[in-house]
Each structure stands twice: as structure tokens, then as C-alpha cells.
Design a protein around this ligand. Structure first.
Ligand SMILES: [Zn+2]
Ligand SMILES: [Zn+2]
Length: 140
């Protein structure tokens, strides 16, 4: 039996990807690096298994850069869509921005991470878990 495949792309369509369900997690990230990288109040990520993830077109256009000592981020070199994040201490997991996914991710977003870093101009009034601290995932 094969797992269901979900597809996605950047804004301009040059970079397309697919991954196998199930996703591993989903969360709204409020860290300042996500804010700056995406020009947004927060970024919603899912984690997927790297061995079930493939870039199906536009791979030469994908630009990778080191955003911290342990993290590599990737974006489309044509349109600038920020799409992937890969942590050195997250072996075999790649984070994907849900906004670039075209299908259903098979789970609900249940938490805000790095919530204590959130933008002062952002109002959040949902009942999801609010996590933070050094790891971004400790109860606040
Ligand atoms: Zn693009
Ligand atoms: Zn973040």
C-alpha cells in the first residue's frame, strides 16, 4: 500500500514538490526568523518525512541559505516564495510552509510555537496551545 501524495508549489509555479502523508506536525511559528523570512506575522509549517518528499520541478531554481547555526531555509529564486526549512537536529524531517501546499494536510494546526516571540502588532485570540521558551515548544 502506498501513502497518499500531496502536491504544492511556489507562487510563480517554477518550483513544485510533493510529499507523502501522513504529516508529522503542524504549527504556527512566531519566531523572528520566520517573521523576517516571510514578511509575515507568523508562518504555518508542517513537518513531513524527508524520504517521502521530492522536488518535482524547478530544483535548480531553489536557493538554500543558512538562517541559523542549525537551520537551512529554501526559497524559489524566481518569485521569492519561502518554502522549506531543514534543521540539522531534525534528521529525516523537512518543514514545508502550508501556504504552498495545494491539498489537505490531514491534520489540524494545534499550537503556536515561539509564541513569546510574537509580533507586538499581531492579535491572536484562538484557543490553540501557546508554546515558547528556548525550544519554542515549552508550555508558557
Ligand atoms: Zn517561484
Ligand atoms: Zn519560525
Amino acid at each position: 500500500m502506498t501513502n497518499a501524495i500531496v502536491t504544492g508549489s511556489c507562487l510563480c509555479g517554477t518550483v513544485a514538490f510533493e510529499f507523502e502523508l501522513p504529516t508529522l506536525f503542524a504549527g504556527h511559528c512566531h519566531c523572528t526568523m520566520c517573521q523576517r523570512a516571510h514578511g509575515a506575522g507568523f508562518v504555518t509549517w508542517i513537518g513531513v518525512r524527508e524520504d517521502g518528499f521530492r522536488i518535482t520541478s524547478g530544483e535548480p531554481e531553489v536557493v538554500h541559505y543558512r538562517s541559523s547555526a542549525h537551520t537551512t531555509r529554501s526559497f524559489c529564486g524566481r518569485c521569492g516564495s519561502s518554502m522549506f526549512c531543514n534543521g540539522d537536529n531534525h534528521e529525516n524531517v523537512i518543514d514545508i510552509t502550508v501556504a504552498n501546499v495545494h491539498g489537505e494536510i490531514g491534520r489540524e494546526v494545534k499550537s503556536h510555537v515561539y509564541y513569546d516571540c510574537r509580533a507586538s502588532w499581531l492579535t491572536v485570540n484562538d484557543d490553540l496551545r501557546k508554546l515558547g521558551g528556548d525550544s519554542g515548544t515549552e508550555p508558557l
